[in-house]
Design a protein around this ligand. Structure first.
Ligand SMILES: *Cc1c(COP(=O)(O)O)cnc(C)c1O
Length: 454
């Protein structure tokens, strides 16, 4: 057991090491070098019989772990849509760790309950969604989508007189699930886990931008669950909500929006991109992507607060799901107050700071696309958001350039497949990314385009 003195020393040492890591975040290789990866093997050992002193545990973690990290908290990580962590959010998380709250309900943590309630209200305001929606703070957009789709299923079945809680799914009326042809893999995962077979999904064809084509929208009815996207992961495009949602409403369908990163456009000067999205029934979005909060922080937002609370109900009394307890809005029972870093990020940014953050990324992405075109690349999307989808002259050159860029240690971005051919995707989503970092990326890719055989 540690003495209070040892505990203080240990935490101070953790802070010291964390600060040292931050000091090096800009200079370090974005993807770790092979030697650092090899050293991870030294952690492979049997469970220690007696345990190491905690200070020693921390030292090994830092000396072996830190060099093998990906600098996704740095300025030149352009993979997926992985934002860094805002200092206000990281600092809040640091303090909340000292509290060690079980943020399931007011009784377990009045502070967490109040802060998450406020964070939820702010999010609905900033994203301009119905203000009395329930906001559950879950681990990921995947988990939050699962929660929203549970609510959707329960409501659609109840409208047919089916008691989902009592009778379950066996023999229930069939729900027709309509998804976009470019639906994110994690939405399919949520659907599959929920028992909506992949072979039964009805796929809505998309246009060349990856948006559902309204002319080809499959028939909708009051047993349809329609999953739309705010921010297609490759192109950053939005389904035409203003056209699709009134049709879905008129048909009595439930509409769920996957807005893992793209929904934050609502807080920017480009809010028009997602016009009409507020008409949906449920939405998911991440804090840990574009809002730059730590993992795991995501939101399940449901217009019918009682529907989400009933679906996620974990109150002992079966029929009384209190909507203000997070344990009734997310999959978790015992949970970390993951809404607090969201509150802290929004407190520190304010409405203006948030708009500036998103606007800056939109501007940087659009500049990046122009410069890459000038360097001879094909930019495959319209770059309406923060995603830039790129191809070189041949598939071989595209792959070779991406691999060389990853190996350079200067930047990192990942591969994707667009219209059946390899491409790579650059995502601008870190608050640390300055214009100079975009110039570094452009210079590297320009040089690689010149020197890599076509
Ligand atoms: C990242 C992403 C998801 C999944 O979010 P997680 O928080 O990683 O579960 C879903 N949809 C889109 C469009 C995404 O970009």
């Amino acid at each position: 057991m540690s003495t209070p003195h040892e505990e203080r020393h240990l935490l101070a040492e953790a802070d010291r090491r964390a600060l040292h890591y931050f000091d090096g975040i800009t200079a370090r290789e974005v993807f770790p070098a092979q030697a650092a990866l090899d050293r991870l093997k030294t952690l492979d050992e049997p469970v220690p019989d007696h345990g190491y002193p905690a200070i020693e545990v921390l030292r090994r973690l830092d000396e072996i772990g830190s060099p093998a990290t990906v600098a996704s908290n740095g300025p030149r990580y352009f993979g997926f849509v992985i934002g860094a962590t805002l200092p206000a959010a990281a600092a809040a998380e640091r303090l909340v760790l000292a509290w060690d709250q079980c943020a399931s309900s007011f009784d377990n943590s009045p502070a967490a309950a109040a802060l998450e309630r406020i964070a939820g209200q702010w999010v609905t305001e900033l994203l301009d969604l119905p203000r009395d929606s329930a906001v559950g703070f879950g681990t990921s957009a995947t988990a939050c989508t699962l929660a929203c789709l549970c609510a959707a299923r329960r409501v659609l079945l109840a409208r047919q007189g089916w008691d989902f809680d009592g009778d379950g799914l066996m023999g229930a009326p069939e729900i027709r699930v309509v998804v976009s042809a470019t639906c994110h893999i994690t939405v399919k995962k949520a659907l599959r886990i929920l028992g909506f077979g992949m072979k039964r999904l009805i796929v809505a064809p998309t246009d060349s931008h990856g948006r559902i084509d309204p002319q080809q929208l499959p028939a909708l009815d009051d047993m349809t669950l329609l999953c739309l996207q705010a921010g297609e992961v490759n192109t950053g495009e939005f389904d035409p909500f203003a056209e699709l949602l009134p049709r879905a409403k008129a048909a009595g369908a439930w509409v769920h929006i996957d807005g893992a990163f793209g929904l934050w456009a609502r807080a920017s000067s480009s809010a028009h991109l997602a016009a009409g999205v507020e008409l949906a029934d449920s939405w998911t979005t991440d804090g840990h992507k574009w809002l730059n909060t730590p993992y795991d922080g995501a939101m399940a937002i449901c217009r019918d607060a009682a529907a989400l609370a009933a679906a996620m109900n974990s109150d002992a009394a079966y029929a009384t799901a209190t909507q203000d307890a997070q344990k009734n809005l997310t999959l978790e029972f015992s949970r970390r107050a993951r809404g607090i870093p969201v509150w802290a990020a929004l407190s520190a940014l304010g409405r203006t700071g948030l708009r500036e953050l998103i606007d800056r990324h939109l501007r940087q992405a659009s500049y990046l696309a122009d410069q890459l075109r000038a360097a001879g690349y094909q930019v495959l999307n319209r770059v309406v958001l923060n995603q830039v989808l790129v191809r070189a002259d041949s598939d071989a050159q595209t792959v070779a350039i991406r691999v060389a860029a990853q190996r350079s240690g200067q930047v990192w971005f990942g591969p994707t497949v667009w219209q059946d051919r390899p491409a790579f995707r650059l995502s601008v989503s870190s608050w640390r990314t300055r214009d100079a970092d975009i110039e570094t990326l452009i210079a590297l890719l320009t040089e690689l385009k010149r020197t890599t055989p076509a």
